[in-house]
Design a protein around this ligand. Sequence first.
Ligand SMILES: C[S@@+](CC[C@H](N)C(=O)[O-])C[C@H]1O[C@@H](n2cnc3c(N)ncnc32)[C@H](O)[C@@H]1O
Length: 738
Amino acid sequence: MGVGRRMGKKQGVPAPLDESAVTRKRKNLPEKEEEAPKKRRRGRGKEGKKTEAVKPLKATAAVSSSKQGKGKVPNGKPAKVEKSKVNGSKNAPKASLLEDEDGISDVEDDASNDGDAIDDPDVLEDRFDGIKFGGLDALGSASEDEEEDDDFLDSADDVMDSEEEKITGMWSEDEDDEDAEEKLTAANIAGLSQQLDEQYEDEEAEADAEREDEILQTNIAGDRPKVVEDDEDEEGGGPSLLAPDLQLLRSRITDTVRVLEDFAKLAEKGRSRAEYTKQLLKDICSYYGYSAFLAEKLFNLFHPREAFEFFEANEKARPVVIRTNTLRTHRRELAQALSNRGVSLQPVGKWSKVGLQIFESQVPLGATPEYLAGHYILQAASSFLPVMALAPQEHERVLDMAAAPGGKTTYIAALMKNTGCIFANDSNKQRAKGLIGNIHRLGVKNTIVCNYSALEFPKVIGGFDRVLLDAPCSGTGVIAKDASVKTNKTEKDFLRLPHLQKQLLLSAIDSVDHASKTGGYIVYSTCSVTVEENEEVVQYALNRRTNVKLVSTGLVFGREGYTSYMGKKFHASLNETRRYYPHSHNVDGFFVAKFKKMGPTPKNAVPSNPNAAKTKPKVQEPEVVDRTPVGAEEDEDEFGGFDDEEDEMYIERGRRAAMRKKGIDPRAAAKGKKDDGEVDGEVDGKSEEKVGKKPDEKVNGKPEGKTEVNGNAKSKAASKINGTTKTLKASKKSKKSS
Ligand SMILES: C[S@@+](CC[C@H](N)C(=O)[O-])C[C@H]1O[C@@H](n2cnc3c(N)ncnc32)[C@H](O)[C@@H]1O
């Protein structure tokens, strides 16, 4: 018997954390279940504004943070002692019945500069292996799906017209079949309802105990709670040397938030707002473990109450989601297959035709036959969004500038139905290898993997119909996955990263063909919520490239980007960008902006890669740039390396096959070529054409087919031409010779 695991509540948007809405719909479940929300309300009884402010808070209940949530006992219930240690408070709101308590955070994700490692299936796989679970999650019936989504549509302020609205049910049109849905749901429900009963009883008792604790701890009996420490308290030395009393800290945080919300009525006489804010920030640092620098940066994004909800949500894992690989299967088939293996799942919501949220699994999701056969990829729901905004079309040429480990590339390929051509680039060679692995596993056949700094584009190749820049970022949106972000990001990072992001975005814009008949779009995304990495980067690009404008992302939920922030004014069109937060959308913190390129890059535009601009005029001969990433040499062969001769053979074989297809006899042509004294260059030109380039496109005024742009006539479009993946990389050998 395998192990089961609760993986989160139903992912509804944009208010998926509204557990009462979810509970109301679980009509197939035992009556007792209906009591759960009541109980949870009682569990948090001391806060006055229960219904509005507290509701999301309850749902984002802090139980475990990354690498922390080990307090499980075999029945899946969190061990209380561990939980309080982990979260720093017994008063941490109880996780809802619908929620994952230990979450998926036992894994060491590197979600910081390298971006959202959640997309790395290898990383995610680890999350499900060998973990005991046994609690269970709420189940939606098929009918619940629809109600849930209705709810979403009703409640969403930011619901926009989009093609997504054409979807008529939770399953995509070709999948609609009520009988099958019922079977699927029944399979989930049958084994779980009994566990629900038991769990509710336990939780009821736990909630009562917590409520009593909370009443004891509270210090808000008076009208004006004393929450700001006196200077003497601070200087006393004694208390600060002791481990903080986490329960008191938490109470003080909620009290301070309350005071800041109603300052005139609740503040102590003679105390300023700044004093309360200072105290709150100090407590947030102690309670959640943030550096003062980052706590303040994140706090400033919201009103105090919402900031609190944000910090709370970062203590809890997001729902586990898989994306159906439509190159290999349909969502309905996949859902059925996994359900048969004991996986409890449900479509993520109307906004996606391919996402499935996993509630519980009897098997490691990274090792099922379906996984190995590439029928799905473990992918955070937020990662779907930039690709949906990009909306790649069949037969287009698309550049994914920072692509590893390939969650988005493979989704792009699926939307393009394996037609056209994707250039998937990443500057990190190790990660690029993971990207290649995913591409193969998922059956992607239209993709060339490159290993350049994206700053080199469009010099490497340009003229794309669409470009995705899923930029390296600080990871402040994925703190639930990587708690190290709380302390390891410094002021320097928030200078260095935005600088890189700005330059990368200019490269992305310059790599797009403004005259593309079907596209001309650039999508910029990060898994960070800071303004420096998002709105400021977008504003910079608008200032530097007057040939682009922001357009609607077409995404049906998300909050508008800032048009002004802490005294800074941004262009009004920044309201077209979208922000996502863990506490309000139950997805990773994310940012998405979509640009349309209207005209060619202005001649006087400062290039995105100033180094290239500086060196260019000085160097008269063909530029030789060593693009080998630092440290890449050592492992050249680890992934198989690049064999120029073998590549030549494949290229030549492909070229001959192409000629034969056109009815040309390659031998006769070769003979003719020799007779004409034609040189090798054309072979390169043709092979590039074959991998998707439009023959008449130019880069920097030069025809792109000439790989001299790399300082290297034979830099390889090293291609397994009859295979699937082609790898473009300046060869060291030819670099030397050039
Ligand atoms: C957010 S992650 C990309 C995740 C990827 N889009 C996906 O969906 O799987 C950012 C990536 O940027 C890469 N990167 C960092 N600096 C880069 C640069 N200058 N050029 C290209 N890629 C870069 C990192 O190696 C990392 O893989």
